[in-house]
Every structure is written in C-alpha cells, then in structure tokens.
Ligand binder design. Structure first.
Ligand code: 5AD
Ligand code: SF4
Length: 479
C-alpha cells in the first residue's frame, strides 16, 4: 500500500488476523457482537447503501451490502428507517459530485437526531482530496469516509467508528491488493455483475478514472470463473463482466487474454447470457468479434464508446484510434454480427473542439446508426491534462449538444422496429412499472420489451413475439 492517508489512525487490535480476508471476517464478528448488544438497547441495526455512478459503483455497493449483512445489519425499508446509510459515489462529471452534496445535505437532520446513526461515503469521489476536505469541514455529521481501494475494509472501519463513536477517515492512493472471497449481496437473483479488472491505464486526457480507481489490476481468471460458476449454481442467468477496459484484461499479469476468458465464462453450463462493459475501440480484436458470433450466449450488444468522431480531437483525448479506424471496426462488426446492436458514449465540447471536429462526430453518428448513445457535455476534472486546456464556450456547447441529440434520435429511429414480427428470447426483469398486468424484459441486444404476463416469470427466459415498436422498446406477446 502506497501513501496511505489515514486521518483517523489505525486502532491496534492485537488479536485480529493480519491476512485478508480473514481479518475482515474477524471484524464482521466483532461488529456483530457490538450490534447485538446495542439491539438490546433499542438499536434498529438497519442499513441502506445508495449508489451514484456506474456499474462499478453499483458493484461496490453489493460488496458493502454483503459486509453489512455479515455485520448483523438488515436492509432498511427506507432512508428514514436506516441506522447506517452508505453512498458509493461518482466523480466522472461535476454533476455527479453535486448530486452527492444534495443527497447528504438532506440527511443532516436525521444524522443529528437518530442515536448511533452512521452516514458513510465511499467511492470515486472520495479519492479526490478536495472533496474529502469539503466533507470533513462542511458535513461534520458524516461519520465514515473511505475510498475505492478499501471498500473491502468496511467491517474494520465500521468497528472503529462504532467503538470510538467518532469520525473515521481512511483513503488509500492506490494498491496492488485484490481481496477475494468477501460476501456480496445482489438485488436481483437472476442477474449479476463480476469484476474482471480494477482501475485503468489508458489515461484519456479528460478522464478522472485512472486517478480515482488506480492502475489496472486484473483478477485471476480462476477466481473469476469460480465466482461465475457459483453464481450460476445460485440461479443466475445473466452475468455482466466488468472492467474499465475489458479488452486489456490480463495484460498486467500472467493471465488469459480477454477473448479466452470470455470463452471460458460462456462455456459454463447453465449460463444463458453474458455481457461485458466496457471495451475500448482501440483494442477490439477480430478474435473477439468471431467469438461473439460463435457463442450464442454472448449478448448481441456492444457498447463501443466513440467520445468524438474527429481524429484530431481523439488524438488530444489520447484515445489511440481515428475516425476511420473506428468506422472500419464498426463495418467489421456489422459484417460478422449483423444482428448486434451498437451503443456509444459521446462527449461534446472537449477543449479545442471546432465546428469541423463536431461535424465529424455528427458524421460518425449518422454513418453508424447507433441504437442509442449517452451524450455528455465535457466536464473539467481537475488533475487531468485537459483541465489545463481552454474550453469551448457554453453557448457553442449547448447548441452542439442539442444538434447531437437530434442526430442520435434520428439515426437510432432508423433501426427501430427492425425485429417486428420475430419471436425472440426475453429475460424477464420486473413488473412493468406503468402497466398493471404487464412485464418488462430485455432482448439479447439490450432492447426492452413489454408484454402481458404473470410475475412468476420474473427471472425466466421466455419467447416473445415482437408486435409493435414504440421507439426505445417493443410491445410483444408471450408465446
Ligand atoms: N466529461 C464528460 N464526460 C466524461 N466521461 C468521462 N469523463 C468525462 C468528462 N470529463 C464520459 C465518457 C465515458 C463515460 C463513462 O463518461 O463518455 O465513456
Ligand atoms: Fe464509475 Fe468512473 Fe463514476 Fe467511478 S468515476 S463511479 S468508475 S463512472
């Protein structure tokens, strides 16, 4: 562990094991004892973990929930009913930070009134020193602050906070440690995500992730495969493999390469669907395209972040591909996988983006025909190279953003309804939130389908005839 920034000071607990994960299981037992004692005095021992951010952040929340359960906490019905509230945070854009401040501001009253209440914050935003300082100064009722590298340590940190009844702050700059075999608690039984690597080595010039998640570290393929097999045994039908750049899996250690890992995961008997997030266009290999074509349970959806369609902007973003090579990759994918849906991320208003650069982005959007695109206004992240470069005026950015949205809508509408009349396999996810008696499910290509059906089908794969397209989704009939 390098540069361990520990404001609270570690409490020396002589009998605690020094190895992991044994040490954390030891602290789970200690917290459980404390909680049991407090329960007799009327403590509710209920907890809630809130997620701000991406799937990585959601995955961290599952780990936190698992540890809290191991510590004797139950899930709270609502925020008002919780004795421990944790947030996994995001800092990829400024508005994610603002969101957190809004949420914790509203909890001030509850923290001050509820006896023994612990509000804790972890995640990417806590890897930024300025944000930690702001919370330390302005939000004295936040009792627990830790970062992305010590999520596994929640039991130990919670023990320290409960014992001393004072604030605990522990942030680690980076680590090469991966702690396996800690509990995790999923919200849905039939879908799960599995980390394959942590951190990122790409250093795109706009992006804070390498600074807050650290250098890329691949998990051992054996551990990944074991976790996937256990999940399938548990009834999981769909697994999402998670990494900041899945294609570079294994390059940092003696390991399989990503296509081989994906093949082995896809060969697990009973695993019906596999997704992965996020590939980088710069190293999306032919082997990977062929594998997706070969294995029916690898989903027909590729999220391929474009960021910009201008070769010059891509160069300054340090993306290592060009407009032409991106378009060539899309052509190769479409040729071998005609039924695949493509989605993307695009940033508007990167420093120095000219109208011509922007037109290149519009051109790629029109030529590719993405099924959907997440469009973002560039957000300056301090500490990244691009933060020092002169920005594009707000007025221009706004105008481009709206033009881009229109282009995305137009090009995705060209694909709408292309599967009408077909019978396709749907994984049923939940009750339709708007239409009683209806269910919502997802096709392999990630498009949603609504159809009439009973709740007992949730978590099942069913055949549905696609009757009508309503833009982003289909209406269908269960067969
Ligand atoms: N400003 C705007 N969008 C960003 N993203 C990452 N960093 C920034 C930033 N500084 C977007 C990228 C990435 C997605 C997860 O967030 O498009 O793919
Ligand atoms: Fe996810 Fe990046 Fe946000 Fe962290 S900063 S939660 S890795 S999007």
């Amino acid at each position: 562990m390098e540069n361990n920034l520990d404001y609270g000071g570690s409490e020396w607990v002589p009998e605690a094991p020094s190895g992991e994960p044994e040490r954390q299981y030891y602290f789970m037992d200690r917290v459980r004892e404390l909680v049991e004692r407090k329960k007799r005095e009327g403590y509710g021992a209920s907890c809630l973990v809130n997620v701000i951010g991406c799937q990585m952040s959601a995955k961290d929340a599952e780990k936190l929930r698992g540890i809290l359960k191991g510590c004797g906490y139950r899930e709270a019905e609502s925020e008002d009913d919780a004795d421990v509230i944790l947030f996994t945070t995001c800092t990829v854009r400024e508005n994610a930070n603002q969101k957190l401040y809004g949420r914790i501001g509203r909890l001030k009253h509850q923290c001050e009134r509820r006896k023994g209440m612990i509000l804790g914050i972890t995640g990417c935003m806590m890897q930024e020193k300025d944000e930690v300082e702001t919370i330390r100064k302005r939000y004295p009722y936040v009792k627990l602050i830790f970062g992305t590298h010590n999520v596994y340590k929640l039991a130990e940190l919670l023990y320290r906070t409960l014992r001393r009844d004072e604030r605990t702050v522990e942030i680690i700059d980076d680590t090469s440690l991966i702690v396996e075999n800690l509990p995790s608690l999923r919200k849905t039984g039939f879908r799960a995500s599995v980390n394959i690597s942590y951190g990122c080595n790409n250093f795109c010039t706009y992006c804070i992730v390498p600074y807050v998640r650290g250098r890329e570290k691949s998990r051992s393929s054996e551990e990944i495969l074991r976790e996937c097999r256990d999940l399938v045994r548990d009834g999981v039908k769909e697994i999402m493999l998670l990494g900041q750049n899945v294609n570079s899996y294994g390059l940092d250690r003696e390991e399989l390469r990503f296509p081989e890992l994906l093949r082995r995961v896809s060969e697990i008997p009973g695993l019906r669907r596999i997704r992965f997030m996020t590939p980088n266009p710069k190293d999306f290999s032919e082997e990977l395209i062929d594998l997706i074509g070969e294995r029916e349970n690898i989903c027909r959806h590729i999220h391929l972040p474009l960021q910009s369609g201008s070769t010059e902007v891509l160069r300054r973003m340090n993306r290592h591909y060009t407009k032409e090579s991106y378009l060539a990759l899309v052509r190769r994918i479409r040729k071998k996988l005609p039924d695949v849906s493509l989605t993307t991320d695009i940033i508007v208003g990167f420093p120095g983006e000219s109208e011509r650069d922007f037109q290149d982005t519009m051109d790629v959007v029109r030529r590719v025909g993405f099924d959907s695109a997440f469009t973002f206004v560039y957000s300056k992240r301090s500490g990244t190279p691009a933060a020092k470069w002169e920005g594009v005026s707000e007025e221009l950015v706004k105008d481009r953003f709206h033009r881009l949205l229109d282009a995305v809508r137009e090009s995705s509408s060209e694909n709408e309804g292309r599967d009408i009349g077909k019978v396709m396999e749907v994984l049923v996810e939940e009750r339709d939130r708007e239409k009683p008696g209806f269910l919502t499910g997802r096709l392999s290509n990630n498009i949603l389908v609504h159809f009439r059906g009973g709740e007992r089908l949730i978590g099942e794969l069913v055949s549905v005839e696609l009757l009508e397209s309503r833009g982003f989704y289909y209406m269908g009939r269960l067969l």
